[in-house]
Ligand binder design. Structure first.
Ligand SMILES: Cc1cc2nc3c(=O)[nH]c(=O)nc-3n(C[C@H](O)[C@H](O)[C@H](O)COP(=O)(O)OP(=O)(O)OC[C@H]3O[C@@H](n4cnc5c(N)ncnc54)[C@H](O)[C@@H]3O)c2cc1C
Ligand SMILES: *[C@@H]1O[C@H](CO)[C@@H](O)[C@H](O)[C@H]1NC(C)=O
Ligand SMILES: *[C@@H]1O[C@H](CO)[C@@H](O)[C@H](O)[C@H]1NC(C)=O
Ligand SMILES: CC(=O)N[C@H]1CO[C@H](CO)[C@@H](O)[C@@H]1O
Length: 437
């Protein structure tokens, strides 16, 4: 019989690792196992959380995430454990909506004084040595600028915090989770692809973009269709691209802020450009966010990452590479026209139509919980996610958050959410050349 303080956490991204870390701090003798198909320190991982770098910012128009991001950023700024991964470079956000003003209002409501300002375009163009002088300002109302945001070395931080959790007593098992152990409406653990079983009082799915597909398998294995995600979660992919800066460009761009091109929900997702890493690699993410509808079981269609072991993340079509060239152009125009795009990767995350996380008991089985759906913005909450997830597990999460992050809740029309996957991967592939004999 599994002890009360036993936990299986499927998925070693920020949602899973943050939970394991906070749990072992709170209950040093708890029995906690992270299960992931990838080793936490292997060369290539499928996790969205595993990346060269991610934006850390608290400029949200949604006050819940604004508050939570400030809490998280306080850790990145002040906590010795998190500080080494954070670079406080500021952010340069070209706004085409009233976003800047709403963000400033939120900071006021929360009684925070951030170094935050909405700057007219002409003035903004001259800042930071004119790095963004040749950006595309079509439709831009003003530029939101502040010093407090920045970016983190995401993969390194994820790996090192995982290592710290293991040092404190968390166990790590590398295995593919194939289904759940269900008995009389209660989840008692998981079954791996190799047929091994693992039991615990609590089973938490932090499985990112793979969640809908996994739940289809779990539903089929148990005959309980209520397990399926249905229209709650959609897996979406986004392309990232990198260039290695030459000597001269590096000197100019080394201390740049995070750049963001913001659009209205009708016009499309925001595009970002991240400052160069220690290896002088400057990164963009593109504007095409796509799903990959797949018949995962006979008659069961959900969006899922490609079936390959690494989600095929390095197989990037020329159309998706063009998406990165476009991003490069709208940020730097002539200043970067000569840069060579060296690396491209597709990153898969889980989306809800409201852009809210799901942090909730699963209503179809006792002992089963879900904590994922980063919606392309979840990484920055890494230091604090686990605290909220433990509150959920223990039934002490604020009612407002239970409602917002619930498994069963009303879900809005995704048309108001600019980043919701609107493209289909099949339309973005290179034409298939048929082999001639
Ligand atoms: C291109 C891109 C840029 C982004 N930029 C930012 C940013 O700048 N700032 C920000 O805050 N956020 C950003 N995000 C969002 C952020 O990366 C995600 O929201 C967050 O990392 C999701 O974390 P997760 O733990 O839910 O999932 P993941 O990190 O994807 O982890 C899921 C884990 O579950 C494992 N898994 C899944 N199924 C199984 C199974 N059946 N068996 C075993 N293991 C399994 C996977 O191997 C994986 O390790 C970005 C996302 C993308 C794609
Ligand atoms: C992360 O861990 C590695 C390996 O232990 C170490 O070399 C590196 O300095 C750590 N990174 C930070 C920022 O602490
Ligand atoms: C979509 O995913 C399925 C497997 O889940 C895979 O067979 C298919 O090739 C994928 N589509 C693309 C475009 O890779
Ligand atoms: C209002 C304000 O002071 N904004 C600052 C944001 O950060 C940049 C870079 O550090 C400054 O130049 C701005 O003055």
């Amino acid at each position: 019989m599994a002890s009360d303080k036993s936990y299986i956490i499927v998925g070693a991204g920020v949602f899973g690792v943050s939970t394991a870390f906070h749990l072992i701090k709170k209950y040093p003798n708890a029995d906690i196992t992270i299960v992931d198909r990838d080793a936490f320190d292997q060369d290539t991982r499928v996790a969205a959380s595993w990346d060269w770098n991610k934006v850390v910012r608290a400029d949200y128009d949604d006050i819940v995430y604004c508050k939570m991001a400030l809490e998280s950023q306080d850790m990145f700024q002040n906590d010795l454990l998190w500080k080494p991964y954070f670079y406080q470079t500021g952010i340069y956000w070209m706004c085409r909506s009233d976003y800047a003003q709403e963000v400033i209002d939120n900071y006021k409501k929360l009684g925070r004084s951030a170094d935050l300002a909405a700057v007219p375009i002409d003035e903004a163009r001259k800042m930071y040595g004119g790095l963004f002088e040749d950006a595309d300002y079509t439709g831009v109302k003003e530029v939101l600028i502040n010093k407090t945001s920045g970016w983190a070395t995401a993969g390194e931080c994820l790996i090192n915090i995982t290592r710290e959790a293991l040092r404190l007593g968390v166990k790590y098992k590398q295995a593919e989770v194939a289904s759940l152990l269900l008995d009389n409406g209660r989840c008692a653990g998981i079954k791996t692809g190799a047929g091994e079983t693992l039991t615990a009082k609590h089973t938490l799915l932090c499985t990112g973009a793979y969640t809908p597909k996994l739940l289809e398998y779990c539903a089929q294995a148990s005959g309980n269709n209520e397990l399926c995600a249905g229209d709650r979660i959609v897996a979406g992919g986004i392309t990232t691209g990198m260039t290695r800066l030459d000597e001269e460009s590096y000197r100019r761009f080394a201390s740049m802020p995070v750049g963001v091109q913001g659009y209205t929900a009708e016009a499309g997702p925001f595009i970002g450009s991240l400052p160069p890493t220690r290896d002088r690699e400057l990164k963009w993410w593109g504007q095409k966010i796509f799903k990959n509808d797949t018949e995962v079981l006979p008659g069961r269609i959900v969006s899922a990452p490609p079936a390959k072991r690494d989600y095929g993340q390095w197989d990037v079509s020329s159309k998706l590479k063009e998406d990165i060239d476009y991003a490069n152009h709208v940020f730097y125009g002539k200043n970067s026209a000569h840069w060579n795009m060296e690396k491209h990767r597709i990153c898969w995350d889980a989306f809800t139509s409201s852009s809210d996380f799901i942090i909730s008991p699963h209503t179809a089985a006792k002992g089963l919980y879900v904590a994922t759906c980063g919606n392309f913005h979840g990484w920055k909450f890494f230091p604090v996610l686990g605290k909220y997830i433990i509150s959920m597990l223990e039934g002490t999460l604020e009612p407002e958050l239970c409602e917002k992050w619930g498994w069963d809740r009303e879900r809005p029309d995704p048309k108001f959410f600019a980043d919701f996957p609107r493209h289909d991967m099949k339309d973005l592939l290179d034409p298939v050349r048929t082999a001639k004999l």
